[in-house]
Design a binder for this molecule. Sequence first.
Ligand SMILES: [Zn+2]
Length: 579
Amino acid sequence: MDHLEEIRARIGIEELVGSYVQLKKAGRNLRGLCPFHGEKTPSFMVSPEKGIAYCFGCHQGGDIFKFIQLIENVDFTEAVKILAQKTNVTLPQKLPELNNKRLKSIEINQWSVRFFQEQLEQSPAKKEYFLKRGLTEEAVKKFQLGFAPDSFDQLKNYLLQKGFEPRELIDAAVVSQRSIADKNSYDRFRNRLIFPIFDHQDNPVGFSGRIMGDGEPKYLNSPESPAYNKSLVLYGLNWGKDKVKKEDLAIFVEGYMDVIAAHQAGNENTVATCGTALTPQQLKLIKRYTQNIAFAFDQDSAGMDATFRGIELAQMADVNIQIIRIPEGKDPDECIQKNPEAWKNALKNPISVMDFYFDYTFARFSKQTMEGKRQIMDFLLPLIRMYKREVEQGIYLNRLAIELKTDVRFLWNDLKNTKIETYHSPKANDETKPIERIFSREEFLLGFIFTYPEIYKIVDENLINNIPFDTNTERFYNLLKKGYTLGSLIDIEHVLSELTEEERENISIYNLLIDEKYPDFPRSLIEKEAGKLICQINRKNIEATKRDCQVKLNASADKQDAKLLLNRLMEIAKLEQRI
Ligand SMILES: [Zn+2]
C-alpha cells in the first residue's frame, strides 16, 4: 500500500524509537533499555537497516507500525493514523485495505463461531464434556462454546460456500497452509472443543481449541491475525467489563475454564490472558475500567512465576495489586467446583504483595541450609528496605527472623547495608543469557544463512533434512533448499518474497540475533559456528528419529511393519556414521 510505504520512507525506526527510548550505537544497530519490560541491562535492539526494533528479553517488537501499536496500546489502523500525523502523510478518508482485512477476518470468525456451535449441538457426547465439568447450559451458550469436527475441510468448505476467498480464510487463520508452494490448506482446529476468544468490543478475534482426552498441545491457539493482537486481548472482558467497573476490581486467572467457572460463580469481573504472559498493553486496557487488580493464578511454580512477573508489570503500570491464594485444587476452576465457599472466602481475604513475596521465597529457597538462608535474605531484604518507615520494616524483619531462626538485630544490620531497588526480578541474574535459552539452533542457523547467504552451500552439503525436522523452522529450510541452485549463490530476495509478512519479520529478528551474538565475526569463524550448529541439529534429529523407531518397533506386532522399521533403523545408523 502506497501510504504505508510513504510513511516508512519518511520516518526511520531509529528516529521513532529514539523519541521514546534513549538509544546507543552498537555496531550497525542501536541499543537501549526496553520500554516494554523493566530491565537494567539494555536488550532492546533497533536495526535501521531492517527497519525493526526487538527486545531479546521480553520478545516484543516489530516494525514502526508494530512499535506504535505496542507502545501506544492501539490497533494497527490507529497506529497508521498516529504515524501519518507524525510524518505529515495525508491518508484517504477511509483506509479500505487495512480495515477490510480486519473486518473480513472478524466476519469469518463470526461464521466460524456459528459453525462450531452447530457442530456442538449435533454431538451431545461432546457437549457432555462441558456439562460434566460443571458448566451450565447457559454458560455454554453465553461463552459460545463449540466443537471442531475431526475433518480437514468441513469448516473450510462451509466458509467457501458463504462466499469467502481461500486467501481470506488463511488471513483469518481459521485455515492453515503447510507452505505457500503447497496449494493445500486445511482446517486449523480438528477434533477439539472450541473456546472463541472475543476482544473487549465483543468481536470474535481468535479461537482456542482444547484436545479431547490426552495429547499435545492441550490447548491449540489461533496465531496473530489482522483481527487478533494477542497482547491486546483479555479473555472474559467483553462479558465482564461492567462488573469490573462496578466492583472496581479485576481478577486475573490463567485459563479459559477458570474465567468461565468464576463468571458462573458470580465473579464476572474475572479475565484471563490468552496463552501468553501478562503484557503492559493488557494492563493499560484494564486501567480503563479499574485501578485495582487481583491475581488468582495456579498454585504451581509456573503460577507463582506468573504472579511474580505480573506484580512487576503492575507496579510499573501503577495499579494496586492483591493476590488471591487458591485454598483448594490446583486452579480457580477446580476450587470453585470442589468448594465454592472456599473460593468466596479467598476472594474476601486477599493477601498483600509482601505476603506473597514471603511465600514465594520460602517455596523457592531452603530455610534449612546456609546457602538457602542467604538467598532468602538477598531476595527479601531489598524489598523490605523499600518501606519508608522503620515500623513497617520492623514487622517484616521480625517475621523473617523467626522464619530463619536468627536474631533480628543481625537482620537490621544487613538491612542497612542493602541497596534500594526499584524493582526486583529473579530473572535479573541470568539476564546475560536469555538468547541461547529461547532461540533454537535451527533459528540461529537461519540467522546465519540470511545474514551470510554464501554459507548456505555448507548447509546444503551437510544438513540432513530427509529425516523429521524441527516443525517450527522446517518451512524456511524447504524454501531455501528449493531456491538453491548448485554452484551459484542462493537468491535470498526470492526466498524472502515467498514468505509471509510474519515470517519475514521472524527472519529479521534472527538477523538481529546474529548481529547481537556474533558482531563482526570473520567469515571463517562464521563458517565454523554454522558447521557446529549443523552437526548439533543433525545429531538431535537422528537421535529423535531413532528413539521414535525403537518405540514403534517395541510396540509393533506386525512382522511386515517390524521389517520396515528395522530397515529404517539401519538407514539411520548409516546417517549416524556420516556425521
Ligand atoms: Zn523487553
